[in-house]
Each structure stands twice: as C-alpha cells, then as structure tokens.
Write a protein that binds this ligand. Structure first.
Ligand SMILES: C[S@@+](CC[C@H](N)C(=O)[O-])C[C@H]1O[C@@H](n2cnc3c(N)ncnc32)[C@H](O)[C@@H]1O
Length: 199
C-alpha cells in the first residue's frame, strides 16, 4: 500500500491526523515486530486506528488495542455536550476491513492496562491532553513497552500540557527500570513526535 492508497482510505474519516502523520503511523505499525502488539490511546472515530491496523496488516499482522471510553475529552464535552463515538468508530473499522486486527477497549487508559498482556511494540498516545493525563499515560504504559519499542505522542509540539509531559517523560525514562528491561534503564527507539507543523 502506498501513501495515496492509504490516504484514499483514511481521508474521509473525521479526526485530527494530517496526511503526513497518517503515513508515519502506518509505517511505524508496518514495522512493529511479530509477537508484539500496538496500543493506541484515544481512538475517537478510528482515523489513527485505521492507519495502524492497515500498517499492521502490511507487516507482522499484530493486534491493535484501541483504547477509548468513546465519551470524549473534556474539551469535546464542553463544546458538543454528551459524546458517543463508538458506533461511528466501529462502522469505520468495518468499512476499512480491519476488524480482525482491532481490539476495541471501551475504558479510560488508566483502567485498561490489565487488558494488554503482550509486549507493546508501538504505543500511540493521543487521549486526554492535560499535562497530568499525558504524564499518567506515559508512567502507566511505558513499563509495558518492549525493548526497542516506539512511543508516538500526538500534539507534542504545540499543545502545552503534552509538550511538557513529553519532555519530562523522555528524561524520566532514561533512569526507569521496567519489567522488560531486566533491572537496567530500557533502551527504546525514542519518540516519534508527530505533529503536522513539523511534517
Ligand atoms: C483528540 S481525540 C483523539 C483523536 C484521534 N487520535 C484522531 O486523531 O482522530 C481524544 C480522544 O481520547 C479519548 N480520551 C480522553 N481521555 C482518555 C483516556 N483517559 N483514555 C483513553 N481515551 C481517552 C476521547 O474520548 C477522544 O476520543
């Protein structure tokens, strides 16, 4: 699948990913190694989920956990009132023919860690955007990242809370031993900071 083919599939889906970000997520997912999984925090209507699952399908065909309570972020609720994105998410996943790879988890990220038992090869964080929330997502999910895993944060450059959390997370991770790291700070590929302003 080339970039134009991917974009033809995902451009009609409502969401915040730019074309370059969609292509980047697709390629990160395509490179996820076998016997690992991909975890996405904040699926909304399934645009990034579709990029990740199509990438996985062209690669090692690993599962994509799509974690979102589908009740919206505070900024969405403020603007639109009650939010329910699950039915449109589900319909977009079915339309894209990727249902076999996608495992929807209708929970907040902090309640969903027990659902993922496999080592994570790629973690995409785009749930709540407040500093505390992003930091919490990193702290809870980083220990589940495989050696040489990849973390991608959305809105990492211009969303203040996310930017601060991302820079702090990089520093803290260099001294944080985890279950997969055998007592040493874990090497990880680093961060794919994805933000349309730099792509
Ligand atoms: C900015 S939108 C994500 C957009 C999506 N990644 C895209 O590009 O189309 C944020 C999403 O995160 C979800 N969300 C908010 N807090 C969350 C949390 N703690 N855990 C998981 N999802 C969360 C919301 O329901 C919303 O769908």
């Amino acid at each position: 699948m080339n970039k134009s083919e991917l974009l033809e599939r995902v451009q009609p889906i409502d969401g915040w990913l730019s074309d370059s970000e969609a292509w980047l997520l697709f390629n990160l997912a395509r490179n996820c190694p076998p016997n690992h999984v991909i975890v996405e925090i904040g699926s909304y209507k399934g645009k990034p989920t579709t990029c990740l699952a199509l990438g996985s399908r062209c690669g090692a065909k690993v599962a994509v956990y799509a974690i979102d309570p589908h009740t919206g972020s505070p900024e969405h609720i403020e603007k639109h009132g009650k939010v329910d994105t699950f039915h449109i998410f589900e319909s977009n996943v079915l339309k894209a023919g990727i249902a076999e790879f996608v495992r929807p988890v209708l929970k907040f990220s902090q309640d969903a860690t027990v659902e993922v038992k496999e080592p994570i090869g790629l973690l995409f964080i785009d749930g709540a955007h407040e500093h505390e929330a992003v930091t919490k997502d990193f702290r809870l999910w980083f220990p589940k990242l495989a050696q040489n895993g990849v973390i991608a944060f959305h809105d990492a450059i211009w969303w203040k809370g996310v930017t601060k959390a991302v820079s702090e997370s990089i520093v803290s991770s260099t001294s944080q031993p985890t279950p997969f790291s055998k007592g040493c700070p874990k090497p990880w590929i680093g961060i794919a900071i994805i933000c349309e302003m730099i792509l």
